[in-house]
Design a protein around this ligand. Structure first.
Ligand SMILES: Cc1cc2nc3c(=O)[nH]c(=O)nc-3n(C[C@H](O)[C@H](O)[C@H](O)COP(=O)(O)OP(=O)(O)OC[C@H]3O[C@@H](n4cnc5c(N)ncnc54)[C@H](O)[C@@H]3O)c2cc1C
Length: 419
């Protein structure tokens, strides 16, 4: 049976893996538009190793990710590291990891800190799905008060969703806070593979190739249609018995594919600059959120999380999200601002590169859940989908969610074609 998978991100690779694990009757071709595999989890060479183009870490509940890494033989290289946090306000970095640091933070009143602490510690008790139709902004104000919202949540929501922040569902906020409340004195407990997430993508791809799967990079799917006569799906002119699409549903219709979402779903884009530096700039902190106005929402000190010695230099990310396409000179604006703000000379930068992804994740607006497409449909024989828009990635997309979404699509296909 010939199967085409559109996209070589975690959803696509996981779907192929699940299919080939079950049977050798599947002849799978993965088509990837970019020159590299991995999608949002792609990596580039940095110093002595690889670094993700977009910062990544995993969480203690990511059971499918752990299982998969065991099957690929890389689980032993999973390390649990501490991720400290801080806030950049009025030109100064304030550490906000330990209770003492939080108490000393001058930009929140004692009562605001108390309300925030109570909300963060209690976030796991809320059932996110029940708050699907409540706005994140209203919810944060109700639980923490207006001033805590203004000085703490608003900059985070603005940085992540821009103008769309008022439409975001409280379900997203709750799950986001709950997942990030696994804290110890030194910071949040976050997982990272010793050789980076590149090792996950590469070992998964190697396993697929070993089992006969073709992965064709630099091959965008531009034409997809169902041939009523042969009852097959034509992808760039080649016919397949089934297709699994892992791409943004809006882009799927642009290439001729079916409309799988009945409503208005928005994706946000991400622009992330990684920079190799001669010195450390975030006072030893991993994740610094910007409250001051800057062309990036956070400065992520990667080598304050993963030991610097692995790369032989300091590495930071400048992270930003966008809803409308960023203007052409974003790279220069980000770099200029960063150099000025952190008193760095150009000669202190070893290298930098900007990665832009227009479909970096759905915006979880109120009512989003009702729009989620199912992995397969009776009326679309041979067509399946999995990705950041899937049920498994609600209400926040993740590596774990994309692996599960890939598995679900594969399972559905296997069930439909069971002999
Ligand atoms: C900035 C950022 C930070 C993140 N941090 C974390 C984190 O710390 N922890 C965590 O668990 N998750 C994190 N994630 C989420 C995680 O990366 C994603 O959930 C996951 O990688 C998505 O995989 P996917 O296969 O569903 O989608 P994608 O990775 O988007 O894969 C889709 C693939 O399809 C390809 N494609 C698109 N159109 C076509 C076409 N026409 N023809 C062929 N190919 C096409 C794309 O190039 C891409 O490779 C982060 C994501 C981003 C953007």
């Amino acid at each position: 049976m010939d199967i085409c998978i559109i996209g070589s991100g975690l959803s696509g690779l996981s779907a192929a893996y699940a299919l080939l694990k079950k049977s050798d009757k599947f002849n799978i071709t993965i088509l990837e538009k970019k020159d590299v595999i991995g999608g949002c989890l792609s990596s580039s060479r940095a110093g002595r190793g690889y670094i993700e183009d977009f910062y990544h870490h995993c969480f203690s509940g990511d059971t499918e990710l752990f299982e998969l890494s065991k099957e690929l033989g890389i689980y032993d290289s999973l390390e649990w590291l501490s991720g400290s946090t801080g806030y950049y306000v009025n030109g100064k970095i304030y550490p906000l990891t330990t209770p003492v640091e939080i108490l000393k933070y001058p930009h929140l009143s004692f009562i605001d800190k108390f309300r925030l602490g109570r909300f963060v510690l209690g976030a796991k008790k809320y059932d996110a799905a029940e708050y699907e139709d409540v706005g994140a902004v209203e919810f944060a104000i109700e639980k923490c008060g207006k001033s805590a919202y203004k000085s703490f949540f608003e900059p985070l929501l603005r940085g992540k969703f821009g103008d769309a922040k008022d439409k975001v569902s409280a379900a997203w906020l709750i799950s986001r806070v709950a997942i990030r409340s696994d804290r110890k004195a030194g910071g949040e407990r976050l997982g990272y593979f010793r050789d980076g997430y590149n090792s996950l993508i590469e070992s998964l791809a190697a396993k697929l190739k070993e089992r006969g799967c073709a992965i064709n990079t630099g091959t965008p799917v531009t034409a997809l249609k169902f041939n009523g006569e042969t009852k097959k799906w034509s992808v760039n002119g080649v016919e397949y018995d089934a297709v699994i699409s892992t791409i943004d549903p809006r882009k799927l219709t642009e290439i001729g594919g079916p409309k799988i979402i009945d409503g208005d779903i928005h994706f946000q884009g991400a622009a992330c600059m990684s920079i190799g530096l001669k010195r450390e700039v975030t006072d030893g902190i991993y994740w610094v959120n910007m409250r001051d106005d800057a062309p990036y929402a956070a400065v992520i000190g990667h080598t304050n999380f993963v030991p610097r010695e692995r790369y032989g230099e300091d590495i930071v990310y400048l992270a930003s999200y966008f809803c409308k396409k960023p203007d052409g000179n974003l790279e220069e604006r980000m770099l200029e601002d960063f150099l000025k703000r952190f008193n760095l000379g150009r000669d202190e930068i070893n290298w930098y590169h900007l990665t832009i992804e227009e479909s970096a994740g759905p915006i979880y607006t109120k009512g989003y859940r009702r729009l989620i497409p199912s992995a397969g449909r009776e009326d679309l024989k041979g067509f399946y989908c999995a990705g950041m828009f899937s049920e498994e990635n609600y209400p926040e997309r993740s590596m774990e969610g994309s692996i599960k979404a890939g598995y679900t699509a594969a399972e559905r296909l296997i069930n439909d074609y069971r002999e």
